[in-house]
Each structure stands twice: as C-alpha cells, then as structure tokens.
Design a protein around this ligand. Structure first.
Ligand code: PLP
Ligand code: COI
Length: 398
C-alpha cells in the first residue's frame, strides 16, 4: 500500500494540497471514478458466471507463474467510520490512499488485517473459504486495539464485492492459484497524544496468488528464532495486528539471510514450548501417524486453516487431535511437521534448526509426509469444489 500524503513543496516548506480529483482532503478515498465502478458491478458479476479454465480470463496475468506479490486489479472496496457510524461500502480504482500525517495507524500502529482466499471451483463458481471466521477474528483484533467492530454482514458484503468486482483476477480452475483477499482496518483520524482514533478506514483489496514458498509441497527447513520473541504472554500475539508482523520482520529477514525461509518462535517465558511460525501455525503428526498435534497457547494466532485441519484430521482421517503445549524437545519424535495458514496452505517442514543443531523430521525429511499430503489434498479438494463441502465452509460468490 502506498500512502499518498498530499503535500507539495513550496520553497523550503510543505503545504497541504487539496486534490480536486478527490472530494475530500482527509481520510476519505472517495473518487469520481469509484462511483461509476459501482454501477458496473452487476455487469461484471454476469460476466463472471462462466468463469472456468475453458473461458479465458480477460485479465492479463501469467497464471502459471503466480507468486505472492502485489499487482493492481480493477478496484478495492472501502468504508470509513466517523461520528460512531460506518459509511456505505464504496469502490475505488486507486492503488494509493490519502490519510492525515497524524493518523494513529502511522504512529501508534492502530491497524489489523485479515487474509482469506477465493477459489475458482470445478463447477464454474467462485467460492470463498470460511469468510465468517475472518470476520469474527477481525472483530477480536479490533476490540483488542480499541478500533470499532466491522459488522459481520458488512465484512462479508465487502469481501464478496471485492471478489465480484475483480472476478477476472481469480486464477482459473486447474491453475492451482487463488484470489487472496486482504481486508484491513486502521485508525485514519489525526491524533498526537496517545489515544484511539476518532476515524477509521476499512479496505478490502484482492490479488491473485500462487505458492507462498516456491516449490509447492516440497519441504522447507525452518529455524527456531532464539534471540527475539514474537509476542508477550498477555500481549497481542493472539490477534492479527500489524505490530506483530513488524516485530517479526528482523528475525524473519535474518533467518532468510541464513537460508531458512521459515522461522519458528518459542514461548517467551520459558523458551521451551513451541508457539508458531512468523506467518503460520505449527502442526505435527506423531505417535506413528495416529495423532495431529498443535500448540495451544494464549499468545498465538488462532489459524482458521489449523482449526479446519484439526476437524478434518479427526473426522476424515480418524486421527487423535492433541491441542496442547508442545515442547521443542518433542520435535525429533514427530513423524511430520508442517506450517499451516491461508497464505502458506500446508507447507511441509523437513528440518528444524535449533541451537545450531539440525533436527530431521521423520524418516524422509526431503519429501512431504503422507498425512500432510492427505490433509493438503483434502483441503484443496474442498476449496476447489472437487469433493462435497459437507461442513458448508465455502461461501459462494458467483
Ligand atoms: N499465524 C500467523 C502469525 C499468521 O499470520 C497466519 C496467517 O494468517 C496464521 C497463523 C494462519 O492463520 P489462517 O489460517 O487463519 O490464515
Ligand atoms: C495469511 O496467511 O493470510 C497471512 O496473513 C500471512 C501474511 C503475513 C503473508
């Protein structure tokens, strides 16, 4: 996201500029273009109805080589909160926004986000995976950092509209990609003394994505971060606020520089129990592949992918789900380890570096384990509509 601050240089001082293309100077993003976009929504929805591999998408995207990066799409959806009320949802074609230089998001980190995905399904429909859960989690995050709640219906309307408006960017069925949906909420009102903002902005943008880590189901090597903590025991680790990711940047980049694409955090008190990876939850298969094991801690983010996998592991694969404290010392006994989350889906972890020792997982750390593979395939088949959606997880958009 580029934040355009409307200042122009006159001599050596900065002067605020009112941009006539836009209707306000403050935290609003209302543009003339956005009005006409809303009018096209219905036409776009109709053109999306036959979305499939057989009907070439009109978006010029190299579907086979999608990574996890930003690209402009048709528009984003947004609403603003002022005087205790949310505005109507609007759309904007811009890829930048204007906010006051004293907005609380810029100084005090009043920001939370979500990540979810829409899929082009086998029957030609487009469906979103469990958006109601993301709506609930954004509310949890918002209340923790004193932001107003985005009503669940409004959240759902916004993500549906963002997908409908951009449906030609949903990677076609069979390409393996998906449309990543990024809703976020932040304090956009000016304040200098510490306190919550009076104004907020909620935005949903979308971007087509492929694998988060190159190589799909090829196992990665993770490293335990020992010189930094991700979260404090009663801090904000359990909510999806921007500061958690800022805190992870340095440890993550240090790990990457050492050749490890994933970093694993331990509990900040005893440095004994596994918390989670920087951008995903930790899962393990153990007890001769009869158990699905995942850490239970107050300072980790409750992954919707993980909650879903726990259910699939128990109900579809007959595994015993162990949702408990998991000691780092147990890792060498596990048959399989993986990272799970919306972006990473299920990424197998073949080796974990801990205190300069390389711990190999299972008997073949270079290959995805059979249970992780089964879970991955189950999940993907539900998401792409290849098997019945017994639990009604998929939310039909088109
Ligand atoms: N943990 C962290 C820190 C994350 O950033 C994410 C990604 O959203 C997850 C876990 C996985 O959560 P979910 O499965 O809901 O995407
Ligand atoms: C997601 O999986 O949606 C995430 O939020 C990960 C993101 C930090 C890249």
């Amino acid at each position: 996201m580029t934040i355009v601050l409307a200042w122009s240089v006159i001599g050596s001082s900065f002067t605020p500029v009112f941009d006539k293309e836009r209707e306000t100077f403050g935290s609003h993003i209302i543009t003339r273009k956005s009005r006409s976009l809303a009018c096209c929504a219905r036409r776009k929805t109709v053109s999306c109805l036959s979305h499939s591999l057989h009907k070439a998408s009109s978006a010029k995207v190299d579907w086979k080589n999608l990574g996890f990066g930003f690209m402009p799409t048709n528009c984003f959806v947004y609403a603003t909160y002022q005087n205790g009320f949310w505005s109507e949802l609007e759309t904007s074609k811009e890829t930048s926004i204007r906010i006051p230089i004293a907005a609380t998001v810029l100084h005090y980190g009043q920001a939370a986000f979500e990540g979810l995905k829409a899929f082009a399904c086998k029957d030609g429909s487009i469906r979103i995976f469990r958006p109601d859960k993301n709506a609930e989690r954004l509310q949890l995050s918002a209340s923790r950092i004193m932001m107003p709640l985005v009503p669940k219906e409004m959240f759902l309307d916004a993500v549906v509209r963002a997908v409908q408006e951009n449906c030609e960017y949903v990677p076609p069925y069979g390409s393996g990609g998906s449309l990543y949906i990024r809703p976020f909420l932040f304090g956009s009102g000016a304040r200098v003394g510490l306190g919550p903002s009076d104004e907020y902005t909620f935005i949903v943008f979308v971007v087509p994505v492929g694998d988060y880590y190159k190589g799909g189901l090829a196992p990665v090597t993770a490293i335990v971060t020992e010189d930094y903590d991700r979260a404090a025991p009663l801090g904000v680790g359990n909510v999806k606020v921007g500061g958690n990711y800022a805190a992870d940047l340095l440890p993550y980049m240090k790990s990457k520089e050492r050749g490890y694409p994933v970093n694993l955090y331990l509990d900040p008190v005893e440095r004994k129990y596994i918390e989670e990876f920087g951008t995903s939850n930790f899962i393990a298969i153990g007890n001769k592949r009869t158990s699905f094991i995942t850490p239970n801690s107050k300072s980790i983010l409750k992954s919707i992918t993980n909650q879903s996998l726990m259910q699939l592991a128990e109900e579809e694969l007959g595994l015993q789900v162990e949702y408990r404290k998991v000691a780092i010392d147990e890792v060498s006994h596990f048959d399989e380890v993986a990272a799970c989350g919306t972006a990473v889906v299920i990424t197998p972890v073949g080796r974990i570096v801990y205190q300069d020792e390389v711990i190999s997982i299972g008997n073949n750390p270079d290959q995805v384990g059979p249970v992780s593979k089964q879970l991955y395939e189950l999940m993907r088949s539900i998401q792409f509509g290849q098997i019945p959606d017994k639990r009604h997880w998929m939310y039909k958009v088109v």
